[in-house]
Design a binder for this molecule. Sequence first.
Ligand SMILES: NC(=O)c1ccc[n+]([C@@H]2O[C@H](COP(=O)([O-])OP(=O)(O)OC[C@H]3O[C@@H](n4cnc5c(N)ncnc54)[C@H](OP(=O)(O)O)[C@@H]3O)[C@@H](O)[C@H]2O)c1
Length: 259
Amino acid sequence: MKYALITGASKGIGKSIALELAQKGIPVLLVARNEALLGELRNQITDQYKVDAQILAIDLSQAGASVRVFDWVTQNGYVVHMLINNAGYGHSGQFIDYSVDEYAGMMQVNMQVPVELTRSFLPSFLQLPRAYILNIASSAAYQAVPGLTVYAATKSFIVQFSRGLAYELRKSPVSVTVVSPGGTATDFANRAKVGNKAVKAGERLNMTPEQVAKQAVDAMLKGKTEQITGFVNQLGAALAWLMPRKLSESVAADLYEVK
Ligand SMILES: NC(=O)c1ccc[n+]([C@@H]2O[C@H](COP(=O)([O-])OP(=O)(O)OC[C@H]3O[C@@H](n4cnc5c(N)ncnc54)[C@H](OP(=O)(O)O)[C@@H]3O)[C@@H](O)[C@H]2O)c1
């Protein structure tokens, strides 16, 4: 039995990815902090889809978290063939509004954990006939985003990390896919303390986590290297590339209500 390991599986896009995979008959290892939500999802998956689901409640912002995840997998003898680095969050507002520790935690979850888990699982993935790595970035990765400055930079890192690794592994059985959602109706904006203006814009344009998960899983199973979800977000990334940088940055600053 081969598992998909999904970080940030307790809610939002990660939960929808877990359900999408379980529906296809793939057993899942669910990782996040909220044990109660993970337990509910495990029960839903085993009842509804009759596939195995196991949970690990862990705070990935703590040092050494990825080692504890990897040890949990190996000590239980789970064979993983899909690694989905989805857990992530943002801090919105002026850069100076958050402490060094708050940024360190976010950078650990958004960048360090995906790199460490990928490095830990890759040797065993290379021994399998086929394995998959799916990294969830963001449409914010395609330009500087004043008001989400550090978050956007962490997602640019994930895009570049994924592109480089996909190239290195192109002749191996392991595919690397990076999926960049735009606004998606999850708890993200609430946790990031995004202001009213961006929330209102999101209400008109948001995709559902189910739509994002479906596109992400399809892209991963096809071995696509990169996918921005939804036409509007694809257009946004293309415009950000074409527009003068100062203009795309001032549009973002206005949306996230920073000076
Ligand atoms: N929603 C959007 O508009 C949007 C747009 C672009 C990209 N994304 C990306 O999509 C991914 C999923 O976010 P979402 O929108 O689904 O947000 P969400 O509903 O807030 O879900 C985030 C998930 O990450 C987990 N997580 C957060 N901090 C964690 C920590 N310290 N340790 C372990 N798990 C942690 C959360 O679980 P616990 O709270 O239980 O720990 C939850 O399962 C993120 O990488 C995000 O950056 C979201």
